[in-house]
Ligand binder design. Structure first.
Ligand SMILES: [Zn+2]
Length: 287
Protein backbone atom coordinates (compact mmCIF):
# COMPACT_ATOMS: atom_id res chain seq x y z
CA UNK A 1 0.00 0.00 0.00
CA UNK A 2 1.22 3.51 -0.86
CA UNK A 3 -0.10 6.51 1.05
CA UNK A 4 0.78 9.96 -0.23
CA UNK A 5 1.16 12.80 2.31
CA UNK A 6 1.24 16.38 1.03
CA UNK A 7 2.28 19.36 3.18
CA UNK A 8 1.57 22.70 1.48
CA UNK A 9 3.20 25.66 3.23
CA UNK A 10 3.71 29.29 2.30
CA UNK A 11 7.20 28.99 0.86
CA UNK A 12 7.50 25.28 0.02
CA UNK A 13 5.52 22.10 -0.36
CA UNK A 14 6.60 18.57 0.54
CA UNK A 15 5.39 15.19 -0.66
CA UNK A 16 6.14 11.98 1.22
CA UNK A 17 5.23 8.39 0.48
CA UNK A 18 4.31 6.19 3.45
CA UNK A 19 3.97 2.43 3.45
CA UNK A 20 1.14 0.77 5.41
CA UNK A 21 3.31 0.52 8.52
CA UNK A 22 3.80 4.30 8.63
CA UNK A 23 7.37 4.36 7.35
CA UNK A 24 8.43 7.13 4.94
CA UNK A 25 9.86 5.53 1.79
CA UNK A 26 10.22 8.64 -0.42
CA UNK A 27 10.15 12.36 0.16
CA UNK A 28 10.66 15.53 -1.84
CA UNK A 29 10.30 19.26 -1.14
CA UNK A 30 9.94 22.01 -3.74
CA UNK A 31 9.81 25.78 -3.45
CA UNK A 32 6.38 27.31 -4.08
CA UNK A 33 6.15 29.22 -7.36
CA UNK A 34 4.27 32.36 -6.39
CA UNK A 35 3.33 33.11 -10.01
CA UNK A 36 2.44 29.55 -10.96
CA UNK A 37 -0.29 29.28 -8.34
CA UNK A 38 -2.23 26.17 -7.36
CA UNK A 39 -2.55 24.75 -10.87
CA UNK A 40 1.24 24.80 -11.31
CA UNK A 41 1.73 23.14 -7.92
CA UNK A 42 -0.89 20.42 -8.50
CA UNK A 43 0.81 19.52 -11.80
CA UNK A 44 4.06 18.86 -9.91
CA UNK A 45 2.52 16.16 -7.69
CA UNK A 46 2.25 13.38 -10.32
CA UNK A 47 5.70 14.33 -11.70
CA UNK A 48 7.28 13.90 -8.26
CA UNK A 49 5.48 10.59 -7.61
CA UNK A 50 6.49 9.31 -11.07
CA UNK A 51 10.13 10.24 -10.34
CA UNK A 52 9.98 7.81 -7.40
CA UNK A 53 9.02 4.99 -9.76
CA UNK A 54 5.70 4.53 -7.95
CA UNK A 55 2.76 3.62 -10.14
CA UNK A 56 -0.25 3.41 -7.81
CA UNK A 57 -1.33 5.52 -4.83
CA UNK A 58 -3.96 4.06 -2.48
CA UNK A 59 -5.01 7.24 -0.66
CA UNK A 60 -3.85 10.81 -0.10
CA UNK A 61 -3.84 13.23 2.83
CA UNK A 62 -3.18 16.96 2.50
CA UNK A 63 -2.19 19.52 5.13
CA UNK A 64 -2.83 22.98 3.72
CA UNK A 65 -1.24 26.18 5.08
CA UNK A 66 -4.39 28.24 5.33
CA UNK A 67 -8.02 27.96 6.38
CA UNK A 68 -9.83 24.89 5.05
CA UNK A 69 -13.55 24.18 5.12
CA UNK A 70 -13.29 20.57 6.24
CA UNK A 71 -16.94 19.63 5.66
CA UNK A 72 -16.77 20.96 2.09
CA UNK A 73 -13.15 19.74 1.64
CA UNK A 74 -12.28 23.10 0.13
CA UNK A 75 -9.52 25.67 0.57
CA UNK A 76 -10.96 28.94 1.92
CA UNK A 77 -7.85 30.93 0.97
CA UNK A 78 -4.09 30.88 1.28
CA UNK A 79 -2.83 33.42 3.75
CA UNK A 80 0.54 33.43 1.94
CA UNK A 81 -0.12 33.31 -1.80
CA UNK A 82 -3.02 34.19 -4.09
CA UNK A 83 -5.06 32.15 -6.55
CA UNK A 84 -6.33 29.46 -4.19
CA UNK A 85 -9.87 30.73 -3.67
CA UNK A 86 -12.29 28.43 -5.45
CA UNK A 87 -9.54 26.06 -6.67
CA UNK A 88 -10.76 22.48 -6.22
CA UNK A 89 -7.48 21.05 -4.92
CA UNK A 90 -9.03 17.87 -3.50
CA UNK A 91 -10.95 17.15 -6.73
CA UNK A 92 -7.84 17.84 -8.82
CA UNK A 93 -5.66 15.48 -6.74
CA UNK A 94 -8.37 12.78 -6.65
CA UNK A 95 -8.69 12.83 -10.45
CA UNK A 96 -4.90 12.86 -10.94
CA UNK A 97 -4.23 9.79 -8.82
CA UNK A 98 -7.61 8.04 -8.96
CA UNK A 99 -7.52 7.68 -5.17
CA UNK A 100 -9.51 9.06 -2.22
CA UNK A 101 -8.26 12.33 -0.66
CA UNK A 102 -8.80 14.11 2.66
CA UNK A 103 -7.54 17.63 3.41
CA UNK A 104 -7.39 19.82 6.51
CA UNK A 105 -5.50 22.93 7.55
CA UNK A 106 -1.90 22.24 8.47
CA UNK A 107 -2.26 23.02 12.17
CA UNK A 108 -5.02 20.42 12.56
CA UNK A 109 -2.95 17.98 10.52
CA UNK A 110 0.14 18.72 12.62
CA UNK A 111 -1.94 18.02 15.75
CA UNK A 112 -2.87 14.62 14.29
CA UNK A 113 0.76 13.87 13.45
CA UNK A 114 2.18 14.81 16.86
CA UNK A 115 -0.82 13.33 18.68
CA UNK A 116 -0.53 9.91 17.05
CA UNK A 117 3.19 9.66 16.23
CA UNK A 118 5.00 12.34 18.21
CA UNK A 119 5.24 14.32 21.44
CA UNK A 120 1.47 14.32 21.98
CA UNK A 121 1.03 10.55 21.90
CA UNK A 122 -1.37 9.50 24.67
CA UNK A 123 -2.11 13.09 25.77
CA UNK A 124 -5.75 14.15 25.34
CA UNK A 125 -6.96 16.76 24.97
CA UNK A 126 -3.88 17.90 23.10
CA UNK A 127 -3.29 21.45 21.95
CA UNK A 128 -0.82 21.70 19.09
CA UNK A 129 0.58 25.02 17.94
CA UNK A 130 2.82 25.84 14.98
CA UNK A 131 5.23 28.64 15.66
CA UNK A 132 6.99 29.53 12.43
CA UNK A 133 6.29 32.05 9.64
CA UNK A 134 2.79 32.29 11.13
CA UNK A 135 0.95 30.78 14.09
CA UNK A 136 -1.71 28.08 13.87
CA UNK A 137 -3.45 25.90 16.43
CA UNK A 138 -5.10 22.48 16.44
CA UNK A 139 -7.13 20.70 19.12
CA UNK A 140 -7.07 16.91 19.34
CA UNK A 141 -9.50 15.15 21.68
CA UNK A 142 -10.05 11.43 22.31
CA UNK A 143 -12.61 11.64 19.45
CA UNK A 144 -10.24 13.20 16.91
CA UNK A 145 -9.62 16.76 15.72
CA UNK A 146 -12.02 19.30 17.22
CA UNK A 147 -12.92 21.69 14.39
CA UNK A 148 -15.82 23.65 15.86
CA UNK A 149 -19.02 24.57 14.01
CA UNK A 150 -17.40 25.99 10.86
CA UNK A 151 -13.88 24.47 10.73
CA UNK A 152 -12.35 27.49 12.47
CA UNK A 153 -11.63 26.14 15.97
CA UNK A 154 -8.08 26.51 17.24
CA UNK A 155 -7.25 29.70 15.31
CA UNK A 156 -5.23 31.04 18.21
CA UNK A 157 -3.00 33.15 15.92
CA UNK A 158 -5.57 35.92 15.74
CA UNK A 159 -6.38 36.11 19.40
CA UNK A 160 -5.69 39.66 20.60
CA UNK A 161 -2.88 39.67 23.17
CA UNK A 162 -1.87 43.36 22.91
CA UNK A 163 -4.97 45.55 22.32
CA UNK A 164 -2.73 48.56 21.61
CA UNK A 165 -0.34 46.51 19.46
CA UNK A 166 0.57 46.98 15.78
CA UNK A 167 -1.75 46.16 12.85
CA UNK A 168 -2.03 42.53 11.82
CA UNK A 169 -2.57 41.37 8.22
CA UNK A 170 -6.01 40.09 9.29
CA UNK A 171 -7.28 43.63 9.92
CA UNK A 172 -7.15 43.51 13.73
CA UNK A 173 -4.20 44.58 15.82
CA UNK A 174 -1.95 43.11 18.50
CA UNK A 175 -2.80 39.53 17.43
CA UNK A 176 -0.81 36.64 18.93
CA UNK A 177 0.58 35.96 15.44
CA UNK A 178 1.42 39.65 14.90
CA UNK A 179 3.44 39.72 18.14
CA UNK A 180 5.06 36.26 18.03
CA UNK A 181 5.41 34.73 14.55
CA UNK A 182 8.71 34.52 12.69
CA UNK A 183 7.67 36.76 9.82
CA UNK A 184 6.92 39.73 12.09
CA UNK A 185 9.73 39.11 14.58
CA UNK A 186 12.19 39.44 11.71
CA UNK A 187 10.45 42.42 10.10
CA UNK A 188 10.09 44.30 13.39
CA UNK A 189 13.62 43.64 14.62
CA UNK A 190 15.62 43.43 11.39
CA UNK A 191 17.33 40.24 12.59
CA UNK A 192 16.76 36.53 12.07
CA UNK A 193 14.90 34.53 14.70
CA UNK A 194 18.01 32.50 15.71
CA UNK A 195 19.90 35.78 16.22
CA UNK A 196 17.05 37.19 18.29
CA UNK A 197 16.79 34.05 20.44
CA UNK A 198 20.49 34.41 21.33
CA UNK A 199 19.59 37.52 23.36
CA UNK A 200 18.30 36.82 26.91
CA UNK A 201 16.36 40.12 27.09
CA UNK A 202 14.55 39.34 23.85
CA UNK A 203 13.77 35.79 25.00
CA UNK A 204 12.27 37.10 28.24
CA UNK A 205 9.94 39.53 26.43
CA UNK A 206 9.09 36.88 23.87
CA UNK A 207 8.22 34.34 26.59
CA UNK A 208 5.80 36.91 28.06
CA UNK A 209 4.02 37.42 24.72
CA UNK A 210 3.90 33.67 24.05
CA UNK A 211 2.48 32.99 27.49
CA UNK A 212 -0.27 35.57 26.95
CA UNK A 213 -1.48 33.58 23.94
CA UNK A 214 -0.97 30.11 25.36
CA UNK A 215 -2.70 31.05 28.61
CA UNK A 216 -5.94 31.27 26.60
CA UNK A 217 -5.50 27.67 25.39
CA UNK A 218 -4.83 26.46 28.94
CA UNK A 219 -7.75 28.32 30.55
CA UNK A 220 -10.19 27.28 27.80
CA UNK A 221 -9.11 23.67 27.17
CA UNK A 222 -7.09 22.50 30.18
CA UNK A 223 -5.02 20.43 27.74
CA UNK A 224 -3.13 17.38 28.99
CA UNK A 225 -0.20 18.69 26.96
CA UNK A 226 0.71 21.51 24.60
CA UNK A 227 3.05 20.58 21.74
CA UNK A 228 4.70 23.41 19.82
CA UNK A 229 6.00 22.70 16.32
CA UNK A 230 7.48 24.88 13.59
CA UNK A 231 10.97 26.32 13.18
CA UNK A 232 10.99 28.55 16.28
CA UNK A 233 10.19 25.58 18.59
CA UNK A 234 13.57 24.09 17.60
CA UNK A 235 15.16 26.61 20.02
CA UNK A 236 14.43 24.02 22.75
CA UNK A 237 15.17 24.86 26.39
CA UNK A 238 16.40 28.37 25.56
CA UNK A 239 12.77 29.17 24.89
CA UNK A 240 10.77 26.50 26.71
CA UNK A 241 12.27 27.02 30.19
CA UNK A 242 11.37 30.75 30.40
CA UNK A 243 8.06 30.05 28.64
CA UNK A 244 6.96 27.43 31.22
CA UNK A 245 8.04 29.73 34.05
CA UNK A 246 6.09 32.66 32.61
CA UNK A 247 3.00 30.51 31.97
CA UNK A 248 2.95 29.10 35.51
CA UNK A 249 3.19 32.66 36.83
CA UNK A 250 0.31 33.87 34.64
CA UNK A 251 -2.17 31.01 35.03
CA UNK A 252 -4.75 32.20 37.53
CA UNK A 253 -3.56 31.26 41.04
CA UNK A 254 -6.54 29.06 41.96
CA UNK A 255 -6.21 27.04 38.77
CA UNK A 256 -4.22 23.86 39.16
CA UNK A 257 -4.27 23.34 35.38
CA UNK A 258 -1.05 21.67 34.33
CA UNK A 259 1.60 23.54 32.37
CA UNK A 260 3.04 20.79 30.18
CA UNK A 261 4.53 22.52 27.13
CA UNK A 262 7.01 20.65 24.94
CA UNK A 263 8.53 20.98 21.47
CA UNK A 264 7.27 18.76 18.65
CA UNK A 265 9.03 15.40 18.38
CA UNK A 266 8.68 14.99 14.61
CA UNK A 267 10.52 18.19 13.65
CA UNK A 268 9.58 19.23 10.13
CA UNK A 269 7.47 16.09 9.63
CA UNK A 270 4.52 16.71 12.03
CA UNK A 271 2.23 17.67 9.14
CA UNK A 272 3.43 14.79 6.92
CA UNK A 273 2.62 12.21 9.62
CA UNK A 274 -0.78 13.83 10.16
CA UNK A 275 -1.41 13.78 6.41
CA UNK A 276 -0.57 10.07 6.44
CA UNK A 277 -3.29 9.63 9.09
CA UNK A 278 -5.74 11.57 6.89
CA UNK A 279 -4.86 9.26 3.99
CA UNK A 280 -5.61 6.23 6.20
CA UNK A 281 -9.00 7.78 7.06
CA UNK A 282 -9.69 8.51 3.38
CA UNK A 283 -8.92 4.86 2.56
CA UNK A 284 -11.18 3.63 5.37
CA UNK A 285 -14.06 5.79 4.07
CA UNK A 286 -13.51 4.52 0.48
CA UNK A 287 -12.41 0.88 0.80
ZN1 LIG B 1 -4.54 38.97 13.17
Amino acid sequence: MNFLAIDIGGTKFTLALFDASGRITHRQSRATDRDGGPRWMAARFPEIVASWGVSAIDAIGIGFGGPVNYAAQSVVLSTHVGGWEGFDLVGEVRRTFGAPVLMDNDANVGALGEGLHGAGFGFRPLFYMTLSTGIGGGILTEHGVYRGADSYAGEIGHLTIRPDGPDCLCGANGCFERMCCGLWLERDNGRTVPELLAGPAFVQDYAVNLSLGLKAAIMLLNPARIVIGGGIAKAGNTLFVPLRHELRRRITAWSKARVDVVPAALGDDSVLYGAFELALQAKEMNP
